[in-house]
Ligand binder design. Structure first.
Ligand code: SF4
Length: 345
């Protein structure tokens, strides 16, 4: 029998529940009770929900879309770490998430038990960090670090705070918009005890922030002197129009969440249906450049060769140069697809 959550989702987005359930067997699925409640109440739109609803198109193998689009496999000094820059280290605290975003660039990693991160791997990550005084900035990621309960998370954070050369600790998490109660008093009291913590939210649609519980959780973080920044991805069918994206950025600004990186979608296997045309990217970015300065995000993409974040400024020539390179990539894929189809005839 199809579960109640799948039935709720099916009704909300107009897809057969059996289809949703079938895809969820291939790629992990989870939705928090908070979001299920919002869908039932009608305060979370079908467009926002597309971020989390399994879709048959995830099972397509589209040429040019890869399971490791940013080549993370090549930049792991320790199993639970990623390092692109000398002065920054990303530590993966868990392979689990509170929700599984269907477009995630770690889609083939998160939620699969074989990628579980052990205590020994944590310890090795900490030892590596302690032995490298040039690392000033630590990003906690995963999976979602706030999928780890406080009884394990807080002792781990405490250990990082004992390393004096660490100047900033960023928590990258979707908890703020998907499970705001996770930003609880115990966590807030701990974060207040050390002034190096930052919170990086991941909100892609105005509905992600426009709820009293989410805004209350933002205020709890700010009350503990934890700055809150937001990162978003441009996603087909979710936020790929100038009006939706402008509302998202203004809602963030209005609630003292600083819009930070706006990512161009990585070519992730199983998520090609979220890719966005260059024309849309250009329209969105032109519209965002008219917002008040603090509401404007920075348009970035991850360079697939160097793994470094590249910023696209709002000078038309920067944007056009990037979009021309992206066009060439898409054209190459089209040629490959045509050649493959011809070969199969
Ligand atoms: S919460 Fe983050 S790591 Fe987890 S699926 Fe979503 S984007 Fe990926």
């Amino acid at each position: 029998m199809v579960s109640k959550t799948f039935t709720v989702l099916a009704n909300a987005v107009g897809k057969p529940a059996e289809e949703i359930e079938m895809v969820a067997k291939e790629y992990p699925f989870a939705l928090t009770p908070f979001l299920v409640r919002r869908v039932e109440e009608g305060t979370y739109s079908a467009a926002a929900l597309q971020q989390f609803v399994p879709d048959m198109r995830e099972l397509l193998d589209v040429d040019g879309y890869s399971s490791d689009p940013t080549h993370e496999e090549n930049i792991r000094p320790e199993e639970a770490t990623l390092q692109t820059y000398d002065n920054r280290l990303l530590i993966m605290l868990t392979h689990q998430c509170l929700v599984y975003c269907r477009f995630c660039f770690r889609k083939s990693f998160v939620g699969f038990p074989e990628h579980a991160i052990s205590e020994m791997q944590f310890d090795k990550a900490l030892a590596y960090l302690a032995a490298h005084p040039e690392i000033k900035d630590v990003v906690l990621s995963g999976g979602d670090p706030l999928a780890v309960p406080n009884r394990r998370l807080i002792p781990f954070l405490k250990k990082i705070t004992t390393i004096p050369h660490v100047e900033a600790i960023r928590i990258d998490s979707r908890a703020l918009s998907t499970h705001p109660a996770r930003i609880d008093d115990e966590l807030i009291d701990f974060l207040r005890s050390d002034d190096r913590f930052w919170y990086h939210a991941h909100m892609n649609h105005p509905d992600d922030i426009n709820h009293p519980d989410v805004i209350a959780a933002v205020r709890r973080l700010l009350s503990a002197c934890v700055p809150v920044f937001n990162q978003s991805v441009i996603l087909h069918g979710v936020n790929d129009d100038a009006e939706t994206m402008s509302r998202l950025m203004m809602s963030c600004y209005r609630n003292k969440v600083i819009p930070y990186n706006l990512y161009i979608f990585d070519h992730v296997k199983g998520a090609a249906h979220f890719d966005v045309s260059n024309e849309r990217i250009e329209k969105i970015y032109t519209a965002l450049s008219r917002l008040p300065g603090p509401a404007q995000p920075v348009l970035v993409y991850v360079d697939e060769r160097s793994r470094k974040h590249r910023t696209i400024f709002d000078e038309p020539e920067d944007l056009h140069a990037f979009l021309a390179r992206r066009d060439a990539f898409l054209a190459r894929n089209e040629e490959n697809k045509t050649a493959l189809t011809a070969a199969n005839v």
